[in-house]
Write a protein of this length. Structure first.
Length: 218
């Protein structure tokens, strides 16, 4: 029997490598404010946290500037940046294997739900998931703990299943800890080992191939 009944996956940096599209969209938004950052590595900090929070924390924008920045981000992202993106190697096969073993799968992302659904449909992996949950388009329900709570309420309202959150950033681990569920921090995304260790990830893995063994013992 699988060790976990319910597995929640982050999207960006966990299921798909979305760096190119997000960085290009951030650059497009910042140019509106006369800010030019051409080095992609300087914008990696935007990968993972809720977008509204990132513009406030990293750029010092006020509420009105944040709204404009998010609108400009979407002006590039929705028609183009969303597909400057690719699933990580072997992800589809791993999802299929987990489903074969009877594991319930969900996506828990800070990206707006409608965008997450569009991406997963585009790459033909949406059918593996029993539920896809993200933030609202106005930036509400973007905290990872809130998103995890929503998934658990929908799929395990009695909290009887053994659940685990898989993600690449501290927000995924902190969100899991808030609900006292296990977590798997992944190193192929946009965080690093120090970040995942500091937030007490239950497991830290380097390869997608390690997921089935942890979840199902295969």
């Amino acid at each position: 029997m699988p060790k976990y009944d319910l597995v929640l996956f982050d999207l960006d940096g966990t299921l798909t490598d979305s760096q190119e599209g997000i960085v290009n969209s951030i650059q497009f938004a910042l140019r509106h404010f006369g800010i030019e950052i051409n080095a992609p590595e300087e914008l990696r900090k935007f990968l993972g946290p809720p977008l509204w929070n990132s513009f406030k924390e990293f750029c010092g924008f006020d509420e009105e500037q944040i709204k404009v920045a998010v609108d400009k981000y979407r002006e590039y992202y929705l028609p183009k940046g969303i597909f400057e993106n690719n699933p990580y190697l072997g992800i589809a096969e791993i999802l299929e294997l987990l489903k074969f073993h009877g594991v319930i799968l969900a996506v828990a992302t800070s990206k707006p739900t409608i965008q997450a659904e569009r991406i997963l449909n585009h790459f033909n992996i949406s059918t593996y998931f029993d539920l896809i949950v993200g933030s609202e388009m106005d930036g509400t329900r973007s905290d990872k703990a809130e998103i995890i709570a929503y998934v658990l309420d929908k799929l395990d309202s009695g909290r009887k299943m053994k659940a685990v959150m898989i993600g690449d950033r501290k927000h995924d681990i902190i969100g899991a800890n808030a609900h006292r569920i296990d977590s798997i921090g992944v190193l192929w995304g946009y965080g690093d080992r120090a970040e995942l260790e500091a937030t007490n990830a239950t497991y830290i893995i380097e390869s997608t191939n390690e997921i089935p063994n942890i979840i199902c013992g295969v």
